[in-house]
Design a binder for this molecule. Structure first.
Ligand code: SAM
Length: 276
């Protein structure tokens, strides 16, 4: 039994499914993930959900400062005891979704990396929060369910292309790092996972007049699947058909185009046409 598993067993803790507790104990895999995240002593790291500290230990060895945010109060003493010798670690107890992350990461050098085997029940809102918060982040290196990885890595026209794909491609250059079978986790989740890298672009993939309008159009594009963008525009912006047609023409788009087929450039052109 690995040391991490022993720590959990000895403390008689039960994994909380409601908190997405699927832990990793395989040292070779943890080393592979840390290497794939590209963390060096020049990087400070925010880890979300350190659990009993298996990945945290590798991150502390590889990185500069590490701040780890864990919601489950039961795990805090365990983490602090296990990683007592790691002088570059700060453990914060709380919910990553509601904590003031600017304050939590105040002690980290900027831009910092986010590296985590995240709790899956908050995957999409968490990625949105991290990418839209204005935090100075160099890259995200995250374990996600395979289905979410497909969305993050999707290209226009792919079945998985969706608002999350648009957000990730607009701000980052997503890349698959490691595929991780379900049985590598304790307890194993129902599906396989993938460790994905999301290095942030210096500037977004396409230029837009208003980022807010770009994201409104992106969400409109997928609002009614298999409908034309014309229909989606009318519904989302409560626009007359003639007005929506005018926007499509101004963006150089066919009136029959489906929302879910739009590329980043087309979403940007449409957003600019509406914004005008
Ligand atoms: N990093 C550990 C590992 O790889 O073995 C544990 C990963 S486990 C998938 C996710 C961790 O996130 C759990 O320790 C869980 O308690 C914690 N967690 C769940 N919801 C959270 C939240 N809202 N904020 C911070 N941590 C959370």
């Amino acid at each position: 039994m690995s040391k991490g598993k022993e720590r959990i067993r000895d403390s008689a803790l039960r994994y909380k499914q409601t908190l997405g507790q699927n832990f990793l104990y395989d040292e070779a895999l943890l080393a592979e993930l840390t290497a794939a995240a590209g963390v060096t002593k020049d990087d400070d790291v925010l880890e979300i959900g350190p659990g009993c500290g298996s990945l945290t230990k590798h991150l502390c060895d590889a990185a500069g400062q590490v701040t780890a945010v864990e919601l489950d109060e039961r795990l805090i003493p365990l983490l602090q005891a296990f990683l007592a010798e790691k002088k570059n670690l700060t453990v914060v107890q709380g919910d990553v979704m509601t904590l003031d992350l600017k304050q939590v990461t105040a002690g980290l050098r900027k831009p910092f990396a986010v590296v985590a085997n995240i709790p899956y029940y908050i995957t999409t809102p968490l990625i949105r929060l991290l990418l839209e918060s204005g935090l100075e982040i160099s890259r995200l290196a995250l374990m996600v369910q395979q289905e979410v990885a497909d969305k993050i890595l999707a290209e226009p026209g792919d079945e998985a292309w969706c608002p999350l794909s648009v957000l990730c491609r607009f701000l980052c250059e997503p890349e698959l790092a490691v595929k991780v079978p379900a049985e590598m986790f304790t307890p194993p989740p129902k599906v396989d996972s993938a460790f994905v890298l999301l290095p942030l672009r210096e500037k977004p993939a396409v230029e837009v007049r208003s980022r807010e309008m770009f994201f409104r159009v992106a969400s409109a594009a997928f609002a009614l699947r298999r409908k034309t963008m014309l229909n989606n525009l009318c519904a989302t912006f409560r626009a007359e058909r003639a007005q929506a047609l005018e926007w499509l023409q101004a963006a150089g788009l066919d009136e029959k185009i489906r929302g879910e087929k739009l590329t980043l450039e087309e979403i940007a052109a449409l957003a600019d046409a509406i914004d005008r």
